[in-house]
Design a protein around this ligand. Structure first.
Ligand SMILES: [Zn+2]
Length: 265
């Protein structure tokens, strides 16, 4: 069975330090394709080169993660729009979104930070729409605000809601807008009962797999660096929740990944 990791930060230091080894272990575990989303503009060039120097198939999303919102600039947004035109290998805009769990020392500074995130998200969504690219969305305590902006812009390219957690209603709000849901290590935790229950009952067409490595280790691996090979364990967890056979599940997840990222079959 061939697996597609739709969210893995191979360029971050924990993985980049020994990338060939991590990718070799991932290959052995059945991972054949990985989407690497950017977190900040300073890493875009590195990502474009990363893709051209490895045997395992890598796809790239370029964008600015909300944690880096304060260092974002107009010039970077212009460069993003330009790279989406010139670099055929860039399939999506990401990782972009809103992180309202991120706070400052006082209320006013926190509000300013969240406002700046909103401005940046809105601008990047418009760039993605202009380039007709899907987006990879980051959310923490921000699903309503993300939905509001997607609707305000009538964004129609879809993409992936990364690190999905939530209820049926929350899931369907994004599915209705053409998104798929990134299913990762969260489902390995007993305490994530609501999310596990949701993932069990969603239409199969809603789901894609992800590790979010080096972040989000699975249950039993807390405190360790998460790696792309762990996608096989996320897949096992999903198999245990779902009624479909592993073969059917793997094939559907692969096709869902291509579809969400508008990649040719
Ligand atoms: Zn991420």
């Amino acid at each position: 069975m061939l697996l597609f990791d739709t969210h893995c930060h191979l360029d971050l230091p924990e993985l980049a330090a020994d990338l060939p080894a991590f990718l070799a272990v991932a290959m052995d575990a059945g991972i054949r394709r990985i989407l690497v989303p950017a977190v900040e503009a300073a890493r875009w060039n590195g990502l474009l080169q990363l893709q051209q120097t490895t045997a395992l198939q890598l796809d790239v999303a370029l964008g600015i993660h909300p944690w880096w919102a304060e260092s974002a600039s107009e010039e970077q947004l212009d460069l993003l729009a330009q790279l989406l035109q010139t670099e055929a290998s860039v399939c999506a805009v990401g990782e972009i979104g809103l992180d309202f769990a991120l706070v400052k020392a006082d209320e006013i500074a926190t509000q300013q930070l969240h406002q700046w995130q909103q401005t940046l998200f809105s601008a990047q969504l418009a760039v993605a729409a202009q380039a007709r690219k899907p987006v990879v969305l980051h959310h923490r305590k921000s699903q309503p605000a993300l939905l509001a902006e997607l609707k305000r812009q009538q964004f129609s390219q879809g993409g992936i809601l990364h690190a999905f957690s939530g209820s049926q209603a929350q899931a369907h709000a994004f599915l209705d807008l053409g998104f798929k849901l990134g299913i990762g290590g969260t489902i390995s935790y007993e305490r994530a009962q609501k999310t596990r229950d949701t993932v069990k009952k969603l239409p199969l067409s809603a789901l894609v797999l992800e590790t979010d490595a080096p972040a989000m280790p699975l249950a039993g691996f807390q405190g360790q660096v998460n790696t792309p090979a762990q996608l096989a364990l996320v897949f096992q967890q999903l198999c245990a929740l779902r009624p479909e056979s592993p073969v059917v599940l793997a094939e559907a997840l692969w096709q869902n990944s291509l579809s969400a990222l508008q990649l040719p079959a």
